[in-house]
Design a protein around this ligand. Structure first.
Ligand SMILES: *[C@@H]1O[C@H](CO)[C@@H](O)[C@H](O)[C@H]1NC(C)=O
Ligand SMILES: *[C@@H]1O[C@H](CO)[C@@H](O)[C@H](O)[C@H]1NC(C)=O
Ligand SMILES: *[C@@H]1O[C@H](CO)[C@@H](O)[C@H](O)[C@H]1NC(C)=O
Ligand SMILES: *[C@@H]1O[C@H](CO)[C@@H](O)[C@H](O)[C@H]1NC(C)=O
Ligand SMILES: *[C@@H]1O[C@H](CO)[C@@H](O)[C@H](O)[C@H]1NC(C)=O
Ligand SMILES: *[C@@H]1O[C@H](CO)[C@@H](O)[C@H](O)[C@H]1NC(C)=O
Length: 393
């Protein structure tokens, strides 16, 4: 109380003077700071002018009028000036030509991110491979065993065809996995919709696997090593032969790392370098390189959901196919043939559900074959080549 009073009422001249000097020194220091950092105000100005220009662009006044006037006579220049704020980059992806190329993010990944902190510190590790399983909850124990064969270098993506997703949280890894749910759809339906090559561009290899594979003798890191070593763009693990095994090509061979060709029953192969004697893997457990998948994705038909016939056509996506498609023998799996999704099909002839599914599969195979043949014919025709000289593989 007394001190305050002192200052207010009977301020000593010394103290007043001191305050004035401090204020004065402060002003001078402030002035010099201002003078010595002119860039600060310039930056501020630039930001403001950017804001104004952005605003003008948004308001559909896309030209800087003063600049335009000063060089009105030069029509070429004039054109260019208009373009300064009206961007058009023809090499951008279709539909994005209005954007400056540097802002385009045309590829993506399945890396989950935090909601806080710095974006560049979000990812503790960056998985280089992607594995997808199309699953029903009934197969959870098999999938749990399979997932454990894939290291942290893999992003795990589950496609759920039975609507059960949170139930999987009983497994520790489920919380890190990506879950996509759509009822009663097949692996190739999901693959077409959720694995666009630009979306999975971050991954060197993509595993698109069924849920009924026994993986006791499989290790994903070892598998990748072999695929790289042998230059396989499309591959699958060897299948332990059982009564369901149909193709010689995909049977596991003892004492071999990888094989790329086989002999089939007489008359089955028109060419030893073509399916099913070479350049061939089945659709239950394929593994694609990034480049091969980019091609295969385009070949998948939206309505042909079972993928029958796709296996025989994979060889169109790599060159030479008989060298870049193969079966990894030393990391092998067992196909358990659990027709769980098939059981969810609709009966077509009033009998067992799987019969309707099987009929559909065969139809799809025929449709795929004829679409491919027609597309090829159209191509040769458009090139002015007599298509009757060519036959579809
Ligand atoms: C564009 O600018 C002119 C004059 O500079 C102004 O009269 C007009 O309203 C502006 N139009 C829009 C859409 O902002
Ligand atoms: C922008 O202006 C041009 C002509 O200056 C006009 O043709 C166009 O319709 C305008 N666009 C919008 C969104 O107002
Ligand atoms: C530019 O064009 C204006 C008329 O639009 C004209 O008055 C002026 O002389 C021209 N300038 C030159 C350098 O040609
Ligand atoms: C017009 O502008 C272009 C490009 O800036 C320049 O090369 C050309 O010499 C100019 N022409 C005239 C007549 O000023
Ligand atoms: C993950 O990949 C890196 C690089 O290829 C490799 O060094 C590492 O051993 C892999 N991790 C596991 C668990 O295998
Ligand atoms: C095939 O090609 C040959 C020569 O290139 C040509 O003479 C013939 O007419 C073509 N068509 C058929 C059906 O062989």
């Amino acid at each position: 109380m007394s001190k305050k009073g002192n200052f207010g009422h009977s301020a000593k001249p010394n103290q007043n003077m001191r305050i004035i000097i401090i204020l004065f020194v402060g002003m001078i220091v402030g002035f010099f700071i201002g003078v010595s950092f002119p860039s600060f105000s310039l930056t501020k100005l630039n930001i403001t002018s950017y804001l104004i220009r952005d605003f003008a662009i948004n308001g559909n006044n896309t030209t800087d009028r003063s600049t335009q006037k000063s060089i009105e006579n030069n029509s070429t220049r004039n054109q260019n000036v208009k373009d300064i704020s009206k961007i058009w980059v023809p090499s951008n992806p279709k539909g994005a030509e209005r954007l400056p190329a540097g802002i385009l993010a045309s590829e993506s990944d399945f890396y989950t991110r935090r909601l806080w902190g710095l974006p560049n510190e979000d990812l503790a590790s960056i998985p280089k491979y992607l594995v997808t399983f199309t699953v029903g909850y009934n197969q959870r124990n098999n999938i749990d065993a399979a997932v454990k064969k894939f290291s942290d270098n893999f992003t795990i993506l589950l496609f759920h065809y039975d609507g059960q997703t949170t139930e999987w949280d009983e497994f520790e890894w489920s919380k890190r996995a990506i879950h996509v749910s759509a009822r009663k759809q097949t692996k190739w339906w999901y693959a077409k919709r959720f694995l666009h090559p630009d979306i999975v561009a971050a991954y060197d290899y993509i595993f698109i696997w069924d849920e009924d594979l026994g993986v006791e003798h499989f290790d994903a890191e070892e598998y990748i090593k072999l695929v790289k070593k042998h230059g396989l763009e499309i591959s699958q693990p060897g299948l332990q032969p059982n009564r369901g095994t149909t193709w010689q090509m995909t049977k596991r061979r003892d004492g071999s790392e990888v094989h790329k060709e086989t002999t089939e029953r007489p008359g089955w192969c028109s060419d030893p370098h073509l399916p099913p004697c070479a350049a061939f893997v089945e659709i239950m457990a394929p593994v694609f390189s990034r480049d091969a998948w980019r091609c295969v994705w385009y070949m998948i038909q939206n309505d042909l959901v079972h993928g029958w016939g796709l296996d025989l056509a994979l060889q169109r996506c790599v060159e030479p196919a008989h060298e870049k498609i193969g079966v990894v023998d030393s990391q092998w799996v067992v196909h358990q043939s659990v027709p769980s999704l098939g059981n969810q099909g609709q009966p077509e002839d009033g009998k067992a559900p799987w019969r309707g599914v099987r009929l559909r599969c065969q139809r799809e195979w025929n449709m795929f074959k004829s679409r491919m043949a027609n597309a090829e014919k159209d191509y040769y025709k458009s090139m002015g080549i007599d298509p009757s000289n060519f036959t579809a593989h």
